[in-house]
Write a protein that binds this ligand. Structure first.
Ligand SMILES: [Zn+2]
Length: 237
């Protein structure tokens, strides 16, 4: 191992950070898609709830109409029979029936109207949601195309950085680079390389003994922090 090997690792790490900037940009763009997808999901759910409500109101309405038909029939029959009543008792009975049924019919008619109004409101709400779903589908397609273009653009420098990283990997002492690569898998964007400052790991402040520091600074061995597992680089690197 030489100083140059550690400089290569440092360069790989800065290239990683540059790659991260482009990856973040792609991620940010993709979150625009997620936002619309989530909103559409919510509206889809709302639409289903409205349809369920409509169905239950329609069922109630159907039942009310059957009942109303029946009551109206009875009421009309009583009204037709009233002038034909053969005695006072019969006439009073018919009048009582008419008096009982009339408010019931009125109330049912009123309730039916209320239900119809509710259905109309729900239908309007449904149309609005359907309009949103249609419009947002177009927006989604447009944004997906934009994001796909941005992804292509951002992937160009990423590809160049990756190529450079491959060259650096080949140009670095194999044991050191393989140790670095396995640490990098965990800490690629989280400072995989650290120095020993005041006898401690500069990241986690774990104490490093003098022997290990000497081995590191004289390029005799590869040293990693036994607490945070990061790779130490010599001070002069
Ligand atoms: Zn540490």
């Amino acid at each position: 191992m030489k100083l140059n090997d550690y400089s290569n690792l440092k360069e790989i790490h800065s290239l990683d950070n540059m790659i991260k900037v482009h990856l973040d940009k792609i991620k940010e763009e993709e979150s625009r898609i997620d936002f619309i997808v989530q909103k559409r999901k919510q509206k889809d759910q709302d639409l289903k709830e409205i349809e369920d409500k409509e169905k239950s109101i329609q069922d109630e309405l159907n039942q009310m109409e059957v009942k109303l038909f029946d009551l109206e029939k009875k009421l009309n029959t009583s009204k037709e029979h009233l002038p034909l009543a053969s005695n006072q008792k019969e006439a009073t009975a018919l009048e009582n029936t008419i008096m009982t049924l009339t408010p019931q019919v009125d109330q049912l008619q009123e309730e039916s109207l209320e239900k119809l109004e509710k259905l109309e409101l729900l239908e309007e709400e449904k149309k609005k949601i359907e309009g949103f779903l249609k419009g947002s589908l177009n927006t989604l397609k447009e944004i997906e195309e934009e994001v796909s273009e941005i992804r292509k653009t951002e992937n160009v420098p990423i590809g160049q950085y990756e190529k450079r990283i491959q060259l650096l990997i080949k140009d670095t002492q194999p044991h050191l680079v393989s140790t670095f690569l396995s640490i990098r898998e965990k800490f690629r964007y989280k400072r995989p390389l650290v120095r020993v400052i005041n006898n401690t790991c500069e990241f986690c402040h774990f104490h490093i003994d003098q022997m290990a520091q000497d081995r590191l600074e004289t390029f005799q061995s590869i040293e990693t922090c036994s607490q945070c597992s990061r790779l130490f680089i010599p001070l002069e690197a």
